[in-house]
Ligand binder design. Structure first.
Ligand code: NAG
Ligand code: NAG
Ligand code: NAG
Ligand code: NAG
Ligand code: NAG
Length: 260
């Protein structure tokens, strides 16, 4: 009994050791990959990254090395920029961050998708930007912007799905203050702002794309979920999609028209 116990025990600790080594190797690999990506991003791209303000960055301990860093943009290394090394009155709460782009340009730049919707044509709007999928903030996002997004996705038109009806996304919030004229064929061709530091995922916008914009034959009605064929929930086929009608101001005279 004791011998067997020792064998099992030592096998377990070997496994634990193996696990630790694996995790260490994985961490090393991830670190190498991230470093390579960051270097690639710093070396190869014109527009390689943006600032993350100090208040969004976890504070480090130890030395604050540089302040007043001033690059012209042509430097291949940060140390080649001018800076001040007198950081005696700098605090870690002022530690700056960077958001490096995974890639500067891909042919997928500006691709859109609809996520977490009950149906394929409505849900949270996401955009593939700088090689990374992210969300869009509700600020100033209007029906004309939803229209352009839906058009890009191959739908005929669409409207805004307010943020409070949308499941919150994760990761980067790419755009805010999207301002389309309506004639753009891609959302990235509209005006927008990428300073989204004060945006939250609770503000992620959604879109509801119309399945059919033809007004011909629009407005078909049906009665659903009732005890009999002639009574139940009223539904209307609108923009190519069956939906319901809200009770507000719905009076007998309206029911009369519906039943005709
Ligand atoms: C950065 O350096 C340039 C060139 O030396 C100078 O004109 C500019 O004022 C500096 N910017 C800041 C913010 O110090
Ligand atoms: C950057 O600095 C290194 C030394 O730190 C120097 O060898 C190199 O020539 C500099 N490159 C540029 C572009 O200034
Ligand atoms: C700070 O910069 C000055 C002037 O460039 C230099 O003489 C000094 O050695 C630097 N100090 C450190 C700690 O790098
Ligand atoms: C959208 O862009 C147009 C044209 O540049 C401008 O006139 C309008 O004020 C902008 N709207 C918003 C909400 O920024
Ligand atoms: C859109 O509606 C029109 C008119 O009712 C109909 O002829 C057409 O087939 C519909 N298109 C789709 C894709 O459902």
């Amino acid at each position: 009994m004791p011998t067997r116990f020792i064998v099992v025990f030592s096998q377990r600790s070997n496994l634990a050791l193996l696990g630790k080594r694996l995790i260490y190797k994985m961490k090393q690999l991830i670190w190498i990959l991230l470093t390579a990506m960051t270097l690639a991003c710093v070396v190869n791209c014109q527009l390689s990254g943006i600032v993350i303000p100090a208040f969004l960055v976890y504070d480090e301990q130890g030395t604050v090395w540089l302040k007043d860093v001033n690059c012209s943009g042509t430097e291949s290394k940060l140390v080649n920029c001018t800076f001040n090394n007198d950081t005696s009155v700098s605090y870690h709460s002022q530690d700056i961050g960077v958001h490096c782009f995974f890639s500067c340009f891909t042919e997928n730049e500006g691709n859109l998708r609809i996520i977490s919707g009950a149906a394929a044509n409505k849900g949270r709007l996401e955009i593939d930007y700088k090689g990374e999928w992210g969300t869009v903030c509700q600020d100033n996002f209007e029906n004309v912007d939803a229209d352009v997004a839906c058009g890009q996705l191959g739908y005929c038109s669409g409207m805004v799905m307010p943020a409070f009806l949308v499941n919150d996304g994760q990761g980067t919030i790419w755009l805010k203050d999207v301002n389309c004229s309506g004639s753009e064929n891609k959302l990235v061709n509209c005006i927008f702002n990428i300073d989204t530091f004060y945006s939250y995922h609770s503000q992620d916008i959604g879109i509801h794309c119309f399945l059919n914009c033809s007004t011909e034959n629009e407005g078909g009605l049906r009665i659903m979920s009732g005890p009999a064929a002639n009574k139940g929930r009223l539904e209307i086929n609108y923009k190519g999609e069956w939906g319901t009608v809200c009770q507000d101001n719905f009076e007998n005279v309206v029911a009369e028209v519906a039943c005709r």
